[in-house]
Design a protein around this ligand. Structure first.
Ligand SMILES: [Zn+2]
Length: 157
């Protein structure tokens, strides 16, 4: 496959994984020219997995978008690239399974998946991501999210 980074056609498969009960196979590839890693999908149906955005428009699922958001949230955090890669794989797999029936999933559902996985990996990254993703309206909302995270939120409020 052609490397999206340098255009080289020579790559090696570094990981191959069956998703959603065999409906799809995801392959992580590494370009032999520049070392760039990218993902290819093989599916039974030639129908692309779509993301429904907030404004109801649909766009093809893009791992890179999740990757960008996660990388930004984890900037300067003590988390290895290996763990980040695994995290993104987990998010991607969970999204594929969740959206299996219609081959589409809302951006909000994907955002929730990212938050769920991030919160288990790194609390600071979770807060960073949540503050951008959920567009906290005010300080109270932000504080509530942190309290929820710490499990100290008063259920009466
Ligand atoms: Zn390349």
């Amino acid at each position: 496959m052609r490397c999206p980074h340098c255009g080289n056609f020579d790559d090696k498969v570094i990981e191959s994984r069956t998703l959603a009960n065999g409906d799809a196979t995801r392959r992580r590839r590494e370009c032999n020219g520049c070392g760039y890693r990218f993902t290819s999908y093989e599916r039974i149906e030639d129908k692309q997995f779509m993301v429904i955005k907030r404004d109801k428009r649909r766009e093809p699922f893009a791992r890179e978008k999740i990757e960008r958001g996660v990388q930004r949230a984890l900037e300067k955090r003590p988390v290895s690239q290996m763990n980040i890669e695994n995290l993104i794989n987990e998010i991607e797999d969970a999204a594929a399974i969740k959206g299996k029936g219609n081959r589409e999933l809302s951006a909000a559902a994907i955002g929730d998946l990212v938050m769920e996985k991030l919160s288990a990996l790194d609390k600071v990254a979770y807060i960073r991501f949540a503050s951008v993703y959920q567009h906290f309206e005010n300080v109270e909302e932000f504080v509530r999210a942190i309290q929820k995270l710490e499990g100290t939120v008063d259920t009466n409020c």
